[in-house]
Ligand binder design. Structure first.
Ligand code: COA
Length: 260
């Protein structure tokens, strides 16, 4: 299953979505945003998919931002609608019922970093560069960058990245808490797929409960957040996978989770 803007592969429960506009450094135009929206909607309901890996085609870029050529001619109303289009798609990614890993193979700038920040984990090549360079275009982030960067790494780094527009290296992004891991570019695919395989073998309903605890519980006050976690914890006792996981531990064997 593929369309020309997105290369799609599913192997052993891992769906890889590869944004495929390498000649434009995988810039997000409206059609690519819509293709991603449809692909994530499909991944949400396809039981064959346990984990999604999102990356960019070609050697240079994950995504070098929203499509500047497409934005150049937009009116204020169209600009707002373009922002809402991207934001809706990215919220779908963030709230997906299964883990999404961004495999950052090069530039993740502007909308590219915003898209990576919606993913639940980020593995970057040591050659990658990330940033929010919109200020250089007389713009600000429009797909949630100001809000997600703030939540990921605080005010100082958010303001530094967004006010200067200067990209940072993968290593600096790791120090700032923007990415989870940095690996040699040659190892990026193998290391990311190792992580994806680990998650593909984990209990899907527990993964989903944990994502909800962060996405929903994490946006509440501490009392509500703790209550939410307890409710999710209790819910796990309704799953076959919880019985399997605890029994496997007691029987000193590996668990086989089924998603039930
Ligand atoms: N939107 C539209 N097209 C883009 C793009 C974007 N965000 N980023 C890169 N491209 C296009 C370039 O226009 C160029 O197209 P062309 O060959 O038809 O002229 C092609 O991708 C290759 O980019 P180029 O700039 O020639 O590559 P480079 O290696 O010299 O520079 C970057 C790489 C990432 C530093 C540079 O492309 C860049 O600054 N891109 C914009 C980043 C940005 O501001 N993103 C935020 C957008 S809101």
């Amino acid at each position: 299953m593929s369309d020309h803007l997105l290369l799609i592969d599913t192997t052993d429960g891992v769906r890889t979505l590869r944004i495929n506009r390498p000649d434009k450094l995988n810039a997000l135009n409206a059609a690519t945003i819509d293709a991603l929206d449809a692909a994530f909607a499909d991944a949400a309901t396809d039981d064959a998919v346990r984990v999604v890996v999102l990356t960019g085609a070609g050697p240079k870029a994950f995504v070098a931002g929203a499509d500047i050529a497409e934005m150049n001619a937009l009116s204020p109303v169209q600009g707002r609608d373009f922002s809402l289009r991207g934001t809706r798609m990215m919220r779908r990614v963030e709230k997906l019922n299964k883990p999404v890993i961004a495999m950052i193979n090069g530039f993740a700038l502007g909308g590219g970093l915003e898209l990576a920040m919606c993913c639940h984990l980020r593995v970057a090549a040591d050659t990658a560069k990330v940033g929010q360079p919109e200020i250089n275009l007389g713009l600000i982030p429009g797909f949630g960058g100001s809000q997600r960067l703030l939540r990921l790494c605080g005010r100082a780094a958010t303001l530094e990245l967004c006010l200067t527009g200067a990209p940072v290296t993968a290593e600096r992004a790791l120090q700032l808490g923007i990415v989870n891991r940095v690996v040699a570019a040659a190892e990026l695919e193998a290391e990311t797929m190792k992580l994806a395989a680990q998650l593909a073998n984990a209990a899907p309903l527990a993964l989903r409960g944990m994502l909800d605890c962060v996405n929903i519980g994490g946006e509440c006050g501490i009392e509500e957040g703790l209550e939410y976690e307890s409710a999710q914890f209790g819910l796990m006792f309704a799953t076959e996978d919880m019985r399997e996981g605890t029994s496997a531990f007691l029987e000193k064997r590996k668990p086989a989770f089924t998603g039930k």
